[in-house]
Design a protein around this ligand. Structure first.
Ligand code: FES
Length: 130
């Protein structure tokens, strides 16, 4: 099976994450919203196979910013401690590796180093329905 035959990976981006420095007092958009905006500015041809969806709170608030990478029939990953100014390329690289792997299990050595160190959780796919 080729990558193009495998379905899209969905990249959920928490838009309500704050920075570790608490941007609550600022008039600026929250860090999570800035992360989503930064990802969406990447040309679509550089994020082929990845659907980007904003969501509110992935329950990893103490290690924000947070995203989740998932697809039907594949492993799900939660990634944290992301900086919208630094980690857009790493997140998209990981999401594309996830999309290309039939089970959503990117090889450890191919994952961006920052993602290797800031993977919060991985969750297996649901068992096949009977
Ligand atoms: S606000 Fe982003 S994980 Fe909770």
């Amino acid at each position: 099976m080729t990558a193009s035959q495998i379905g899209e990976t969905t990249l959920f981006v928490c838009t309500t994450c704050r920075t570790q420095l608490a941007d609550a007092a600022s008039d600026q958009p929250r860090a999570g919203a800035r992360l989503l905006a930064a990802i969406e500015t990447v040309p679509t041809e550089q994020r082929v196979g990845v659907a980007v969806v904003g969501v509110e709170c992935l329950s990893n608030c103490n290690r924000s910013c947070t995203v989740a990478v998932t697809a039907p029939g594949k492993w799900t990953y939660v990634l944290g401690a992301l900086d919208p100014d630094l980690h857009v390329a790493d997140v998209l690289t990981f999401a594309q590796l996830h999309q290309r792997h039939e089970a959503g299990l990117p090889a450890w050595r191919e994952r961006p180093e920052y993602i290797r160190k800031n993977t919060v959780a991985r969750v297996p796919t649901l068992p096949a329905q009977r």
